[in-house]
Design a protein around this ligand. Structure first.
Ligand code: BMP
Length: 215
């Protein structure tokens, strides 16, 4: 089976709906992304339970001092997370603390975001944040899948690092455009979990991406 390029943003709140979505879709996904919402409600144990169905990326967008960032990343690793998302803007030492918290964790740094507010502060520092996150040793970046030009710019300066891109579907982006502009994986939430048939939508997306790669 060809590896999926889709990461499901599992932004639901009820344990039954979260777990049944993971059970039904897990093997057709690259990974599941959970945020503070799911871990606040269900505890860090939800990471381990989800990891039985898929790799789990903890989207904690860490932006604290190094010690606190490392503490949170360590807890995510202990509970079976495959990856974790940190903000780059808190500085190289804060990002490095996440990287050094566990050699088991793949660390993705956010260097631009999908919403309008990203242009207020963050987008003016993309190049610096990419360079400093690279020096901190990150595994990859989070870059906006609904802003192809920004995404392509980030791709051009991140070398072979993995890029995961949200903003697909509900926020206007489409998977093929994102992949063609440098994303390695697309992050999709509502377009899958709010649809009438999430598994069919996911499988269709996987097929579209696979066919495009064959062209
Ligand atoms: P949706 O496909 O439903 O719009 O969900 C997108 C997911 O990606 C959400 O979990 C959101 O928090 C996350 N995300 C985003 O939308 N934009 C970013 O710049 C970074 C994100 O992590």
């Amino acid at each position: 089976m060809v590896e999926s390029r889709v990461i499901l943003a599992l932004d639901l709140t009820g344990e039954d709906e979260i777990m049944s979505m993971a059970r039904d879709l897990g093997k057709d996904l690259f990974a599941i992304k959970v945020s503070w919402a799911q871990t606040m409600i269900h505890g860090a144990g939800i990471i381990r339970r989800l990891s039985e169905h898929s790799k789990v990326i903890c989207d904690f967008k860490l932006a604290d001092i190094p010690k606190t960032n490392a503490q949170i990343a360590g807890i995510a690793a202990e509970h079976g997370a495959w990856g974790i998302i940190t903000q780059a803007f808190a500085g190289t030492d804060s990002v490095k603390a996440v990287v050094e918290a566990s050699d088991k964790l793949k660390v993705f740094a956010v260097v631009s975001m999908t919403h309008g507010g990203s242009s207020q502060y963050i987008d003016g520092h993309i190049e610096d944040m990419v360079r400093d996150s690279l020096s901190a040793g990150v595994y990859g970046f989070v870059a906006p899948g609904n802003k192809p030009e920004t995404l392509a710019r980030i791709r051009s300066i991140s070398g072979p690092k993995k890029i995961i891109s949200p903003g697909i579907g509900a926020q206007g982006g489409d998977p093929l455009t994102a992949l063609r502009n440098g994303a390695d994986y697309v992050i999709v939430g509502r377009a899958i979990y709010q649809s009438h048939d999430p598994l069919s939508v996911l499988k269709r997306m996987n097929r579209t991406v696979h066919d495009a790669q064959m062209e």
